[in-house]
Ligand binder design. Structure first.
Ligand SMILES: NC(=O)c1ccc[n+]([C@@H]2O[C@H](COP(=O)([O-])OP(=O)(O)OC[C@H]3O[C@@H](n4cnc5c(N)ncnc54)[C@H](O)[C@@H]3O)[C@@H](O)[C@H]2O)c1
Length: 454
C-alpha cells in the first residue's frame, strides 16, 4: 500500500481491537512485480550514513521487548534516550524511570494513543526511532521516521504484507536512511558459529537448511497483558507464517541472500488448527468471550524456499502446541552439517567417528565468531543469553562509525515478505509464490556480509 492516508485509515484503532479487515493480507498481484525505485537508484545496497557522535533515540512501544532494548541502549556509550512513546502510560513511566536511573535527563513521554508516535517524531530532535510495538504498527512508525529524516529500527517482522515491504524499501532509498529490522537471532552464538563455518568453507558448498520458530506461546497468547493483547488477533486473520525471521534471518546470512544469492520462490502448507481452541476450552472460564474466538492459523506451518542457486530451505512455524523451544538451525553442506536443539555437528574428515554426532566445543575453540570473543560481549549477559545486547551493540556501533549495518532494509523486506507469501501459498493449494527482488538486481553485485569484529 503506497498511499499513506489509506494506510493510516487501514490501521486505525487499537491493537486489541484489530478487526478482520485490518489484518487481511492484500492479494494484489501487482505487489509481486518488480518496481521502479521512487528515489535515487542506490549505487550499492550497503547504505553508509554519516557517522553520529551521539545518537538521540526515541522509543515507540516499551513493553516486553522494547524494555529489553531500552535497557541495552542505556548500557551503551553514545546514546541519549530523549523520548518514549507508549499507549500504556505506566509502560512509558517505567521507561522514564529507567532512563533517569541510568543518569540521563528525563525523556519526554508521549502517551496520547496509537498515533502519538507522530507527535513524538515531529516534535523531538531524533537520530533514530526504535519501534517494539505490536506487528501492525511497525510499518507506520518506520515510514514516519524515514519520511522525517530519521533512521528507523524495528522489531520483527518488519512488515507482513508485500506492499509494506516495498514501502519500507522505497522510503529508505528515497530518504537515504537506515531501515533495519532487529533480528536478534542472527547474533546468537551457535547461529554465528554456523555462519563462520559457512564462510570458512568447513561445511563445503551449502545445499540445504532447516530453520523455524517453534515456541509454545499458548499461555502468552491468552495472557491479559503483553502479547496476549494483540498476538492472538493475527491467528484469527491469517494462515501462514507471520513470524519467519528468527529462523530464516541467520540462514539467509549464511546463504548470502541479497549479497550474491536470492530467495527464488516458496511453497507452504499448514496443519489443522487445534492448539489455541483446546487451550481456551481447558484454561478459560465457561463465560470467557475468548472461548468463542475462531482461529485460522494452522498449528504447524511448513514452508520450502528455493534459492536462485537451487538450495533448499525448510522453514517451520509452530507457536500453538506443547513442545520445547527450537529454531532448528540446521545448515547442511557437501562436507557436513551443524544443527541446533540439541547442538551438534558432523563434518566428514574432522569427526572422530564416522556417522556420529559431535558436540560443538572444538569448533567454538577454532571458529568462534569474533563478536562472541569480544570482552564487551562476554560481559553482557542480558537479553536472550546476550544476543539481544550484541545486536544493539553492533547496530549502535555501525551508526556511530558511519558503517553499513549488518542487516539492511533489503534483508528486512526479503525475510519479512515470507509472511504474506506463505498465506498466499497456503490459500492456493501450496502453489509456488515468487519472492520479489527488493534489490532490483543489485544482489548480483553486492558483497557478502563479512566477518565483523567488535
Ligand atoms: N526479537 C525477539 O526475540 C522478540 C521477543 C519478543 C517480542 N518481539 C517483538 O517485539 C515486538 C513487541 O513485542 P512484545 O512482546 O514486547 O509485546 P508487548 O505487548 O509486551 O509490548 C508492546 C508495547 O507496545 C505498546 N503499544 C502498542 N501499540 C502502540 C502504539 N500504537 N504506539 C505506541 N506503543 C504501542 C504496548 O502498550 C506495549 O507496551 C513485536 O514485534 C514482537 O514480535 C521480539
Amino acid at each position: 500500500m503506497s498511499d499513506d492516508s489509506s494506510r493510516r485509515d487501514f490501521l486505525k484503532g487499537t491493537a486489541a481491537t484489530l478487526g478482520a479487515a485490518a489484518l487481511r493480507p492484500s492479494l494484489s498481484d501487482a505487489a509481486l512485480q518488480p518496481r521502479a525505485s521512487t528515489g535515487p537508484a542506490p549505487e550499492t545496497l550497503l547504505l553508509a550514513a554519516p557517522p553520529l557522535d551521539r545518537i538521540r533515540v526515541g522509543f515507540v512501544g516499551v513493553g516486553g521487548m522494547g524494555t529489553v532494548h531500552l535497557e541495552n541502549y542505556l548500557a551503551l556509550d553514545g546514546v541519549d534516550v530523549v523520548a518514549i512513546c507508549d499507549i500504556d502510560p505506566s509502560h512509558a513511566e517505567r521507561g522514564r524511570q529507567k532512563v533517569v536511573a541510568a543518569g540521563q535527563k528525563p525523556p519526554a513521554l508521549y502517551t496520547r494513543g496509537v498515533r502519538d508516535f507522530e507527535r513524538m517524531i515531529g516534535e523531538q530532535e531524533l537520530d533514530l526511532v526504535f519501534t517494539a510495538t505490536p506487528w501492525e504498527w511497525h510499518v507506520p512508525v518506520m515510514l514516519e521516521a524515514l519520511r522525517t529524516g530519521k533512521h528507523g529500527a524495528t522489531e520483527v517482522p518488519a512488515a507482513y504484507r508485500v506492499d509494506d515491504c516495498w514501502a519500507l524499501v522505497e522510503a529508505a532509498e528515497k530518504y537515504r536512511k537506515h531501515c533495519v529490522m532487529m533480528e536478534n537471532c542472527c547474533y546468537d552464538r551457535r547461529e554465528m558459529l554456523a555462519f563462520m563455518l559457512a564462510r570458512k568453507g568447513i561445511l563445503g558448498e551449502l545445499l540445504h537448511a532447516e530453520c523455524g520458530y517453534l515456541h509454545d506461546l499458548r499461555s502468552i497468547k491468552f495472557s491479559t497483558d503483553g502479547e496476549g493483547l494483540w498476538r492472538r488477533a493475527h491467528a484469527m486473520e491469517h494462515n501462514g507464517n507471520r513470524y519467519p525471521t528468527h529462523g530464516l534471518g541467520p540462514i539467509a546470512q549464511c546463504f548470502d541472500i541479497n549479497r550474491g544469492n536470492q530467495f527464488d520462490y516458496l511453497v507452504s502448507m499448514s496443519s489443522p488448527q487445534r492448539g489455541l481452541t483446546l487451550y481456551a476450552q481447558e484454561h478459560l472460564s465457561a463465560d470467557d468471550p475468548r472461548r468463542k474466538e475462531l482461529y485460522k492459523l494452522g498449528d504447524v506451518n511448513v514452508t520450502l524456499i528455493r534459492t536462485v542457486k537451487g538450495q533448499t530451505i525448510y522453514l517451520a512455524h509452530n507457536t500453538d502446541s506443547p513442545r520445547p523451544y527450537s529454531r532448528l538451525n540446521t545448515v547442511q553442506g557437501t562436507r557436513g552439517l551443524i544443527q541446533g536443539w540439541p547442538d551438534r555437528i558432523y563434518i566428514e574428515g574432522r569427526a572422530e567417528k564416522s556417522d556420529e554426532w559431535e558436540p560443538l566445543d572444538k569448533f567454538y575453540a577454532e571458529f568462534e565468531h569474533p563478536l562472541w570473543k569480544s570482552e564487551t560481549v562476554k560481559q553482557a549477559t542480558r537479553g536472550h543469553g546476550g544476543m539481544d545486547f550484541l545486536e544493539d551493540f553492533r547496530f549502535v556501533s555501525c551508526l556511530r562509525a558511519g558503517l553499513p549495518t549488518d542487516q539492511n532494509v533489503y534483508d528486512a523486506a526479503a525475510w519479512s515478505v515470507v509472511c504474506e507469501l506463505t498465506d498466499r501459498s497456503v490459500a492456493d493449494r501450496s502453489r509456488p509464490q515468487d519472492v520479489p527482488d527488493f534489490t532490483r538486481g543489485k544482489w548480483k553485485t553486492t558483497a557478502p556480509l563479512g566477518i565483523v569484529e567488535a
